[in-house]
Ligand binder design. Structure first.
Ligand SMILES: CC(C)(COP(=O)(O)OP(=O)(O)OC[C@H]1O[C@@H](n2cnc3c(N)ncnc32)[C@H](O)[C@@H]1OP(=O)(O)O)[C@@H](O)C(=O)NCCC(=O)NCCS
Length: 250
C-alpha cells in the first residue's frame, strides 16, 4: 500500500537534456565550474544552505529557506521537473541555482543564491541557468520574480525583462517577469560567459566533493548590523530589544 501510494505522490519526471558543465574565470582570477548535481549530493548541500536560513541580510533568510525546501523536495521526489546547478571554485560551493519546466516551451526560474560575495558569482550562475532554459530545455520564455533588491537589479534590470502583470509566478504568487528568446539573445554577448568542455582536472576536482563555503553570509554579531533594520533609520526598535535582552531595562 505504502509503495502504491508513493507511486501516486511521486511526480513523473519528464526527460530533459543535461546541462553540460562549463567554466569561467571570475573577477579575482580563480576558475569557477558550473555543473548539474546528482541527487545523492543534495544532503551535503542542505547542510551548507541551512545556516543561511537565519541570515536576514539581503534576504538570504527567505531565499535559503525556499532553496532548502526545493532541494529537499527533489531529494524526496516531491517536485515536478526541477533542475539544480551549482557553482564551485576548487570544489568549494559558491552558488546554487534552480528552476523547472512548467510546460513545454515555458520555464520557471526558482532561485539564485551566492555563497561568496562581491565577485558576480550569482550573476554568472543565473546566466548559466538562463542558458540552460533557452539552449538546452528549448524554452521560449522563462518566468522570473525577484525576492530581493539585489536580485531585482541583477536579473530583472540587467536582462531588461518584460513585465507580465497577468501571469502569476508560482513563487510567492506575485506577477512574473519574462525572459523571452529575444531578451536572452540581446543579453547573451554581455552576460553569458564560460567555456566548454571543462578541463579534466578542473571537472574532476568539482565532482570529487562539494566543499563547504569558505566565507558564507552569516548572521551579524550585532543585531543593529542587520541590513533590514536600516529601514528604521534610528535603529530604536533594535536598541530597545538589545537593552531588554541585556536586562538593562524591563
Ligand atoms: C542576488 C545574488 C544572487 C547576486 O549575487 P552576485 O551576482 O554574486 O552579487 P553579490 O551578491 O556578490 O553582489 C551584489 C551587490 O552587493 C554588493 N556586495 C554585497 N556584499 C558584498 C561583499 N561582501 N563584498 C563585495 N560586494 C558586496 C556588491 O558590490 C554588488 O553591488 P552591485 O550590484 O552594485 O554590483 C546574491 O546577492 C544573493 O545570493 N543574495 C541573496 C539571495 C537573493 O536575493 N537571491 C536572488 C533572489 S531574486
Amino acid at each position: 500500500m505504502a509503495t502504491e501510494l508513493e507511486g501516486v505522490l511521486r511526480p513523473k519526471v519528464s526527460p530533459a537534456p543535461p546541462f553540460p558543465p562549463k567554466y569561467m574565470q571570475i573577477a579575482n582570477g580563480e576558475m569557477m565550474v558550473i555543473r548539474p548535481i546528482e541527487i545523492d549530493e543534495i544532503p551535503v548541500i542542505l547542510e551548507y544552505v541551512q545556516p543561511m536560513i537565519h541570515v536576514e541580510r539581503d534576504y538570504y533568510d527567505i531565499v535559503a529557506a525556499r532553496v532548502y525546501a526545493e532541494l529537499l523536495a527533489q531529494y524526496v521526489h516531491r517536485i515536478q521537473d526541477q533542475y539544480i546547478l551549482i557553482a564551485q571554485v576548487d570544489g568549494e560551493l559558491c552558488s546554487i541555482v534552480n528552476g523547472r519546466t512548467l510546460k513545454p516551451g515555458i520555464g520557471v526560474s526558482l532561485h539564485t543564491i551566492a555563497l561568496r560575495r562581491g565577485l558576480r558569482i550569482g550573476a554568472h550562475a543565473f546566466a548559466a541557468k538562463m542558458e540552460y532554459h533557452m539552449d538546452y530545455l528549448n524554452h521560449e520564455e522563462v518566468m522570473i520574480v525577484a525576492e530581493s533588491p539585489i536580485g531585482f537589479r541583477r536579473f530583472l534590470i540587467e536582462y531588461n525583462l518584460e513585465e507580465r502583470p497577468e501571469t502569476i509566478h508560482e513563487l510567492g504568487g506575485v506577477s512574473a517577469y519574462a525572459l523571452t528568446r529575444k531578451t536572452f539573445e540581446a543579453a547573451r554577448g554581455k552576460l553569458v560567459v564560460g567555456r566548454r568542455p571543462v578541463p579534466d582536472d578542473l571537472l574532476a576536482k568539482a565532482n570529487a566533493e562539494i566543499l563547504p563555503p569558505s566565507d558564507p553570509p552569516q548572521m551579524p554579531d550585532d543585531l543593529l548590523a542587520a541590513t533590514r533594520s536600516m529601514y528604521d533609520p534610528t535603529g530604536t526598535a533594535l536598541r530597545a530589544q538589545r537593552l531588554k535582552q541585556e536586562g538593562r531595562v524591563k
